[in-house]
Design a binder for this molecule. Sequence first.
Ligand code: MEV
Length: 315
Amino acid sequence: MYPVISGARGTSHAKIILMGEHAVVYGQPAIALPLLTVQTQVTVTTLPCQQFLLESDYYSGAVADLPTQMQGFKDLIMHLITTHPNSPGFKLTLTSQLPAERGMGSSAAVAVALVKALTNFYQDQLSHDELLDLANIAEKATHKNPSGLDAATAASNQPIWLIRGQKPRPIPIKMNAYLVICDSGIKGQTSQAIQIVKKKLIESPQAGQTTLTKLGQLAYKSREFLAKNQIQALGQAFDAAHHELQKLGVSLPALDNLITIARQNGSLGSKLTGGGRGGCFINLLPDYASAKNLAAQLKAAGARQIWIQALNQLN
Ligand SMILES: C[C@@](O)(CCO)CC(=O)[O-]
């Protein structure tokens, strides 16, 4: 038997993609932020029998019987059990403040929290790269062709710059502005959105490539705007990116309507964030009072949940 730590914990958090979703799958850069106030936690307790159980709001029961939507977590947990022969039985208790399928990286947050909790339980020492490789076992089953951006952000306490296949790099943000992150309440499956983009690229390869290149250029420019406190320019980049994402087919009329309301109520720029087809969108505001005002307007327009994040409090 392993000398395990019963009660071992692992935590992670939500992520917000500022620029580059979808394009990052095809090699363009992306910028993503950890939202540390929105947490996911996994606790592992030893069981007296050789059973492996999971308790959560979505499912409670044997890990072996996890439903197909949770196949990625099953693959990951089974991988960790089989690489620790004679593991004692355990119960995983999962609690999460992240809404699922809203572009906030809930599956990556669960994967990272699971890896941290189970490696703490087994008292394994993991490098950051090993942590990401393990979390991506779950992400591959869930999203089929993930860029690794979600897991990298779920495992980072700082904003990151990521190009697929390269190590994520922390990026400095020196901007005195606020993000209003708004959950439309519409569920959007990232795997489905990735398929829509793939189909677009097969049907119209030239137009599709032009769009991806533009999204990449917007990520490079946004990195500069963030470092130089160029708020108006970043707002315009948000609007331009949303327009390109619409061309890829990953927005929805209901999301576009809320974004129009945001632009009419003080947003300097708005775009969907994450996979799209619903989920969250982000809005750039120059100060806290205007961010609060926009949040109230969006709530009145039917938004499900809203978070306000100061950009200069992320580093
Ligand atoms: C849509 C996407 O770019 C982000 C999903 O949060 C997919 C990925 O990067 O794997």
